[in-house]
Design a protein around this ligand. Sequence first.
Ligand code: FPP
Length: 248
Amino acid sequence: MALFNKKKEPETRNLPENLPKHIGIIMDGNGRWAKKRGLPRKAGHSEGGKTFRKITRYCSDIGIKYLTVYAFSTENWKRPDDEINSLMKLFRSYLEEALSDFKDDDIVVRFIGDKSHFNDELRALMIENEEGSKDRPGMVLNIAMNYGSRDEIVRAVKQIVHEVEDGSVSEDEISEQLISDRLYTAGQPDPDLIIRPSGEYRISNFLLWQCAYSEFVIMNKLWPDFDKEDLDEALRIYAQRNRRYGGV
Ligand code: FPP
C-alpha cells in the first residue's frame, strides 16, 4: 500500500498564488480527540497518522517544497510507557510501508532529531527511508522525531566549538548562516508558515532558530480532524500577511 496516495488534486482549489515554500506543522490534539470520544490516546495518534499522510500528500500535490512535521519531541519520552510504545509501533508501521513503496513516490523523507534514542529496528528503517528517497525530485518531508530545538542548537554549538578548536573555522567566520548550516535543517529555507492545530498558542521547542520570521497560524481543529480545507484556509491567511522581516 502506498504511504501517500498519489492522486493529484484537481486544479480548481482556488489557492492563493504566493504559497509558502516551507510549512511547519505541530501535529497537536491527538490525545484530546481520543478523549472526546472515550477512546485511548493511542487511537488519537493512529487517526493523527492518517491525517499526516493526507496532508503530506496534499502539500506535495499543490507544490509545497518543504514540509516539516513535529511527530515526537525530546520531551515526549515523559509520557506513559504504554503511549510511547504505541507511538513507536505506529512509526514503525509507517516506515515499513514507506520503504516498500519508495520507488513510486517522489517525496524525499528525512528525519530531524536524535535518532540514537530509538531502537535498532526503527533507526535502521529511518536510515533506509532517508537513503532510499534522497534522490527523488519531489517535496522534502522532514519528520521531527526525538527532536527538540534547544537540543539541536546545543549540538550545533558543540560542533562549532570543535571546529574552532581544530582550526577549520575561525571566530570571525561564525555567522547566522554558519549556525543555520549546523542544524538538522541545513541547506533548507526557513519555514515561511507554521501551523498549530488544536488552538494552543505555543511553539513547544519546535524550530526555534528557524522560525525567526515565520508566520504563525493557530487553528482550532484537533489534528485528527484537520483536513485539506483547513490547510487551504491557513494558506489564505498566510497569503494576506505582510511579511516585513523587521523592515517597514
Ligand atoms: C501531539 O498530540 C502529538 C504527538 C505527540 C504525536 C504525533 C504523531 C502522529 C500524528 C503520528 C504521525 C506519524 C508519523 C509516521 C510521523 P498530543 O498527544 O499532545 O495531543 P493532546 O495535546 O490533545 O494530548
